[in-house]
Design a protein around this ligand. Structure first.
Ligand code: COA
Length: 473
């Protein structure tokens, strides 16, 4: 089935109103981004003064363009946006992105109301105003005015803040986190978070949805969209403190609302509230490539006792259990440990642990029916050989033991310096969720656990419904 935002994200023709020859202007950057996109579509610059811009024929108005326009980007001062939008209605344009600022965020709600009035009872979809646009990495289209090319992947990102959205592109690249789409929603006069969650729920290229929000316009629709989404929805809700709420009001002109109500509503709808963007990315990397946790019992493998204790504390603090080893697993691991060390959970492989010990202990934990997921940790120091730690994880991933055989997740943690970090890049680029802190690893495991619980509840609900319908018959 074709979704109503399909032509918005995959337009066959795009016009840029306010396209300019001046490379310092946003209208120039927006046109250039579309032009250099690895995506084929018709492109129409609109500017009343120019004949050509960036080698493309220029039109005075959208109504002068021959043929249909699926998407219009508007980058002219706020005062003339309404007139442009009326032209778009006349031209039967399907979707509009209003980049221009100067609306509700500075108290000019009257200008926003005028735009709403123009599209009242029309099918047209509008993103913004006050937005960067979007980057659709799944198909290679850049319909934004900002720099940065995200890596292609399965996480869809929605940001109420344009600048933060731009920062997220770079952070995601740095973390080797692939993105399907990244979009700024700005003042949300028409396309809202719930519309996008609904779209990403059915988008085959998206496995995880992440949002940065300051305020929600329609709480019920927002909750319903999360409930209906059969994918993890990770949310950073800002404006928690009194001063933060004040900052929200002056940033996007919206009310932050009661933080406790937001937390409870997100939880009830099945979403996961993240403390900040880094945590959202940590969880997204885990959820994007690993199976969810079926239970909360975690096995830990480490070459450093201290790191094992830190991980244990962090897991327990987040509601995850570190159970004792079963006699069978104890025996398997005992065989590979030096004589003076007894296996335990956390399994301390000792400082000189190499490839074989890491691989055997991790596999033993994954095979244990009393363990739902494994954290593999390494401290760079003493006799430690980080490349044997990373090599063992890569081998297990390559052999697909984690996903196909055991359907259990594995996360990794490290403590060390530059030499270790270079090896960590290899793991990150292979899609292994690895973190430089025990706390971040435990929180990411919690994300996998909460997703596992959501799936379990959904299954139970469906079973209950089937039973109900059978009874009714
Ligand atoms: N149709 C098409 N183009 C028109 C036009 C019309 N009716 N009227 C004017 N233009 C042209 C201008 O002549 C100009 O082209 P030129 O460079 O060839 O002269 C171009 O549109 C842009 O207009 P200009 O007045 O130069 O505006 P600007 O580019 O300096 O600023 C915005 C426009 C939208 C970028 C600015 O008002 C703004 O809102 N900036 C903030 C954007 C932002 O940060 N958004 C949120 C991001 S998260």
């Amino acid at each position: 089935m074709v979704h109503e935002l399909d032509t918005f994200f995959k337009p066959k023709s795009i016009a840029v109103v306010g396209a300019s020859r001046d490379s310092r202007k946003i209208g120039n950057a927006a046109l250039k981004n579309i032009l250099i996109s690895d995506y084929e579509c018709k492109i129409y610059p609109i500017n009343p003064k120019e004949k050509t811009i960036l080698g493309l024929k220029c039109y005075k108005k959208v109504t002068d363009v021959p043929g249909n326009i699926d998407l219009v980007l508007i980058s002219v001062p706020a005062a003339i946006v309404a007139q442009i939008l009326k032209d778009c209605v006349k031209k039967n344009v399907k979707n509009v992105i209003i980049i221009s600022s100067g609306f509700g965020e500075i108290g000019r709600h009257d200008l926003e109301d005028e735009l709403k009035q123009i599209i009242k009872n029309k099918k047209m979809k509008i993103l913004g105003p006050n937005v960067m646009g979007y980057k659709n990495a799944s198909i290679g289209l850049d319909a934004s005015f900002v720099y940065g090319t995200p890596r292609k992947g399965n996480v869809a990102l929605i940001s109420q803040s344009g600048a933060l959205g731009i920062g997220m592109i770079y952070l995601a690249n740095n973390e080797f986190m692939g993105v399907s789409k990244i979009i700024g929603v700005g003042n949300k006069i028409n396309i809202d978070d719930d519309d996008l969650i609904n779209y990403f729920a059915q988008d085959d290229d998206t496995k995880v949805v992440g949002l940065y929000i300051e305020a929600v316009k329609n709480g019920r629709d927002f909750m319903n969209s999360i409930k209906a989404c059969d994918k993890p929805v990770l949310i950073v809700k800002a404006g928690k403190s009194k001063a933060g709420a004040r900052a929200t009001a002056s940033h996007t002109g919206s009310m932050a609302g009661s933080d406790k109500i937001y937390s409870a509503a997100i939880k009830q709808a099945g979403g996961i509230r993240c403390r900040d963007i880094v945590e959202l990315f940590d969880m997204a990397r885990a959820l994007g490539g690993q199976p969810p946790l079926k239970g909360n019992r975690i096995g830990i493998v480490t070459n450093g006792g201290g790191l094992g204790v830190l991980l244990t504390d962090a897991c327990e603090e987040n509601g995850l259990e570190i159970p004792k080893l079963s006699p069978k697993t104890y025996k398997k691991i005992d065989k590979i440990l030096p004589d003076l060390i007894n296996p335990n959970n956390p399994v301390d492989l000792s400082a000189d642990a190499g490839f074989y010990r890491y691989e055997t202990a991790t596999s033993a934990l994954l095979e244990d029916p009393n363990i739902d997921g494994v954290i593999v940790a390494s401290v760079h120091g003493g006799y430690a050989r980080p490349e044997e730690f990373t090599g063992a994880i890569l081998k297990m991933i390559r052999e697909r033991k984690l996903h196909e055989e055991y359907k259990k997740p594995i996360l990794a943690t490290w403590v060390g310096g530059k030499e270790f970090e270079d090896l960590v890049w290899d793991l990150k680029s292979a899609g292994v969720p690895i973190y430089p802190s025990a706390w971040r690893t435990a929180r990411s495991m919690l994300g996998l656990y909460l997703e596992g619980q959501r799936i379990k509840k959904e299954k139970q609900k469906k079973k209950g419904q089937q039973f109900y319908f059978k009874e009714k018959k």
